[in-house]
Design a protein around this ligand. Structure first.
Ligand code: EPZ
Length: 417
């Protein structure tokens, strides 16, 4: 078993370069099969989630070549095979093969997706979208069979502005006949990045980044060259770490506007931030003002940052209150933080962290990806050594986390025990 060991209390200074966005890359890779010739995607993070998706493309018959940060995919020989549970159970984003294969081959057989246990995570809106385009859906146990004689554009209203459903419907609709309108679409920057990718292939999508996306179907998509946007959640995590224990820590290669919900909160609390065009320089202080956040879809405060953000309570002169509105099970980090000395209370979807408190290293578990990021943040500021178990969750989402933190002065290593 692999564990992460962190000796806390070392001030972090220097530069951390942010990688390409996980949540863009995990859709861009499956979307590649829609093209009829080679695609090159630059700035793809080397994390286990992107590795698994590349393996899935290879399993379907694509040729996938990785050269440092770029992935070159030749999708010409894609076949329509059943996508087994061994792949899909490893990550949520495996469901993007549904939209992409439906769009390209009009037929998909795929098992239920896996991923972090942060809530029920239904896919009813994805399926409703496919049905509106003319597909029929049947289940054989845990296997979904999605089939269409042809796909026709439709007006689709999403009850919830779901990131996954918006992307999956775009993937299925780009090669459909006629016009599709997705109303109450999610507006996350990753959606804009994926729409840009599809447009680079020859798709006709407008409105991505607003709540109404319009897609005019085309007959074919061709290869292209595309760049993944910087990972706003990775960037936000390191900015939070800087606010905990940084001295002029430079978080670089980012789009600061993408994490404005976080940076404006940090500034309210008194965190010294210098925001440049593609970087944020952050230093820590001993005491911050109490704060309150509510997670929302973009441009609101991202649910993916609330867990690391809560660690700032250790320096708050009062309460830090987190209201989670997206995932009902995203407070699994509370008992782990309590082991380190954090005082917490939970009432339904609202968690209260009572600061200030001194965190002390001990053994804690990364219960999910962003809870794992919270453990890393807490361990870096804690006194003594913290051992984090279940680190496979962390490695799914943070490229080179050990190297990046070591380079700025952290004492962190992965050990096999
Ligand atoms: C994406 O998940 C991200 N994952 C999540 O990041 C992120 O937390 C989430 O968006 C919200 O920003 C990827 O991009 C791979 P949703 P997704 O569909 O697409 C409900 C991380 O840590 N819903 O926007 O699965 C759902 O239950 C991960 O990197 C339905 O009810 O999220 C949730 O309450 C974790 N029916 C809400 O909508 C559906 O068919 C938003 O989910 C779909 C969703």
């Amino acid at each position: 078993m692999k564990v992460m060991k962190i000796e806390g209390g070392n001030t972090l200074s220097g530069t951390i370069k942010i990688s390409g966005a996980k949540n863009s890359s995990v859709a861009l890779i499956p979307a590649s099969l829609l093209a009829d010739s080679d695609v090159t995607i630059c700035n793809v993070p080397e994390i286990t989630d992107t590795d698994v998706l590349c393996e899935m493309l290879e399993y379907l018959g694509a040729d996938v070549r990785r050269a440092s940060e770029s992935v070159v995919i030749s999708p010409e020989k894609i076949e329509n095979k059943v996508i087994p549970k061994e792949f899909t159970s490893k990550l949520r984003a495996s469901y993007y093969f549904m939209g992409a294969l439906l769009g390209k081959k009009k037929h998909v057989e795929i098992y239920l997706p896996g991923g972090c246990s942060i809530g029920a995570r239904p896919i009813d809106l994805h399926l409703k979208g496919f049905e509106s385009l003319g597909a029929t859906i049947t289940n054989e146990g845990e296997k979904y069979i999605v089939d269409a004689k042809e796909l026709n554009g439709a007006n689709i209203y999403l009850d919830i502005a779901s990131v996954g459903a918006t992307i999956n419907i775009m993937l299925a609709a780009v090669l459909a006949k006629g016009k599709t309108i997705i109303d109450n679409a999610a507006k996350e920057p990753e959606i804009v990045n994926i729409a840009t990718y599809l447009n680079n292939m020859g798709a006709r999508i407008t409105g991505a980044g607003t709540s109404e996306i319009r897609i005019t179907g085309v007959e074919k998509l061709h290869g292209c060259f595309h760049e993944v946007i910087p990972d706003r959640i990775e960037a936000g995590t390191y900015v939070i770490i800087g606010a905990l224990i940084g001295k002029d820590l430079n978080i670089y290669n980012i789009i600061p506007e993408h994490i404005e919900a976080l940076t404006s909160k940090l500034q309210e609390m008194g965190v010294p931030l210098k925001i440049e065009s593609d970087s944020i320089i952050v230093s820590s202080k001993d005491e911050y003002k109490p704060s309150r956040i509510k997670t929302l879809g973009y441009p609101g405060f991202p649910t993916d940052l609330q867990q690391p953000f809560s660690v700032l309570a250790s320096k708050c002169n009062g309460k830090l209150i987190v209201q989670e509105t997206i995932w009902e099970n995203r407070f699994m980090h509370l008992p782990e933080l309590e082991k380190m000395g954090m005082k917490t209370e939970k009432n339904g979807m609202i968690a209260t962290f009572v600061g200030p408190n001194k965190l002390v290293g001990c053994e804690v578990k990364a219960t999910d990806l962003r809870a794992g990021a919270a453990m890393v943040a807490a361990a870096l500021v804690a006194e003594g050594t913290t051992t984090i178990t279940n680190i496979e969750h962390i490695l799914r989402g943070y490229e080179g986390i050990v190297e990046k933190l070591t380079d700025v002065g952290a004492k962190i290593k992965i050990e096999e025990i």
